[in-house]
Design a protein around this ligand. Structure first.
Ligand code: FAD
Length: 415
């Protein structure tokens, strides 16, 4: 196998961008991918439409990564959303912006993004090795020297970029190989846990609600005195529990919260009204609509499919007429409207998590170059890093930006 200046391990968005950038600087570059095709996970992103970045301002962008966001400042200073969009548009992918500043290819097809990256890799002369899983990074005297594949073949390189992703959706190839390699080279890997993941509930009645979306609700997750609160949005019932945008975005925090005990999720079905306002509204309407059956009145409050479960939890007979509802029953309804409880059992497994939280410790990587502080010539980019964001195109931008910086730094360091 030929010798290279730069070898990139893993052809996800981070690795492909790293290889493109290294080759742009004239480095003889090879990209090793264990799958038979490039960017398998990328093909699934955004439900196959690929939400590749977000046009929100930089401070909001960084905030999506929590305290780890600061690590990305240098990478974003070099190659941020406008530069990424220019890259794709210059290379023939028309883009469009949807609600919440999310950017997608105009084709609504992630294939366009993968095809574009493949085309640019070829134009830059990157050698691509598919079905070529890397087993080891070879290190001599504290500096990288090459890679060994699982078939024992070796290739030499002066710089190695590790971009093998995390451990979520492992069927796409992201099985944590790079995390094991990083550990074997002396890097610390923080605890891994699933992010952007649906949650299982103890209540089994959710099964009856499967497919039902509750729109314009707010949710709070509580354990002891700790709580996480969402904005107003949508949740979706599934056969095992809950999913949907609000749940996915808060899920990583909920997994952390569950270290402190049993997490209860409260759904505020009327976030625009206070408890007192609902109390007054119900009192008045129960009087006005006296002979209307409660079950029929409840259609004004929430979707039909939710009525029986809600009223049974409120311990009110749905066949009662509005004027027969006692003050205690009315109070129960009000309390449940402002906080319908579900107990969180656990997150769904990594196989269903869109991102991996945790990864190679950021303290051991120079954010100005993405180079390891432990092994000379070793660089990291993408989801293998110990950072993750909420949904909206932030994770892909981080993969592209850190890939760009790692590729450029590796090539420049050859001189
Ligand atoms: C269903 C789903 C939808 C998503 N939607 C979005 C979205 O719309 N927007 C967004 O911003 N983010 C989204 N994400 C997250 C985003 O896909 C990831 O953050 C991103 O793919 C990470 O890029 P990466 O290059 O670091 O890793 P990956 O994309 O995981 O790529 C790593 C590559 O390394 C290869 N590899 C692993 N081990 C080896 C080895 N030993 N040798 C050689 N190759 C190896 C793998 O096969 C893989 O191809 C989504 C994730 C999922 C699962």
């Amino acid at each position: 196998m030929a010798g290279y200046n730069v070898i990139v391990i893993g052809a996800g968005p981070a690795g492909m961008m790293a290889a493109i950038r290294a080759a742009e600087y004239g480095a003889a570059t090879a990209l090793f991918e264990k799958n038979a095709s490039l960017g398998r996970k990328l093909g699934l992103t955004g439900k196959g439409r690929c939400n590749l970045t977000n046009k929100c301002p930089l401070p909001d962008f960084l905030e999506r990564f929590g305290k780890e966001g600061q690590f990305l400042r240098n990478a974003f200073a070099k190659f941020f959303a406008p530069e990424l969009m220019r890259f794709f548009e210059y290379n023939g992918v028309r883009l469009k912006t949807e609600r919440q500043a999310r950017v997608f290819p105009a084709t609504d097809n992630a294939r366009s993004v993968i095809d574009c990256l493949r085309k640019v890799l070829a134009q830059r002369g990157v050698d691509i090795y598919l079905s070529s899983p890397v087993k080891k990074v070879l290190v001599k005297n504290g500096a990288v020297g090459g890679v060994q594949l699982t078939n024992e073949e070796e290739a030499t390189a002066r710089k190695i970029i590790l971009s093998t992703g995390g451990v979520s959706y492992p069927e796409t190839g992201s099985t944590g190989d790079g995390l094991k390699i990083a550990k074997s080279l002396g890097h610390q890997v923080s605890e891994l846990y699933p992010g952007l993941v649906p949650l299982e509930t103890e209540e089994t009645f959710v099964k009856e609600l499967q497919g039902l979306a509750l729109k314009n609700v707010r949710i709070v997750f509580e354990v002891d005195k700790k709580r996480i609160e969402s904005g107003v949005g949508e949740i979706l019932f599934t056969h095992f529990g809950v999913s949907g945008p609000l749940i996915l975005d808060l899920s990583a925090g909920v997994v952390k919260l569950s270290d402190s005990g049993r997490v209860v999720m409260l759904i505020d079905l009327k976030p625009g009204l206070s408890q007192e306002e609902i109390e007054v509204k119900l009192r008045n309407e129960f009087q006005q609509k006296g002979s209307l059956i409660l079950k029929n009145y409840a259609k004004e409050l929430f979707p039909q499919r939710f009525i029986d479960i809600f009223l049974s939890k409120a311990k009110v007979n749905p066949a009662k007429k509005c004027h027969q509802i006692s003050a205690v029953e009315r109070k129960n309804i009000v309390l449940l409207l402002k906080g319908f409880p579900l107990v969180i059992k656990r997150p769904r497994p990594f196989a269903e998590a869109m991102v991996t939280c945790g990864g190679v410790s950021l303290k051991e990587i120079d954010p100005r170059t993405m180079e390891s502080k432990k092994v000379k010539g070793l660089y990291f980019c993408g989801e293998i890093l110990g950072l993750a964001a909420s949904s909206g195109g932030f994770n892909l931008q981080a993969a592209f930006s850190t890939g760009y910086l790692a590729g450029e730094s590796a090539a420049l360091a050859l001189e």
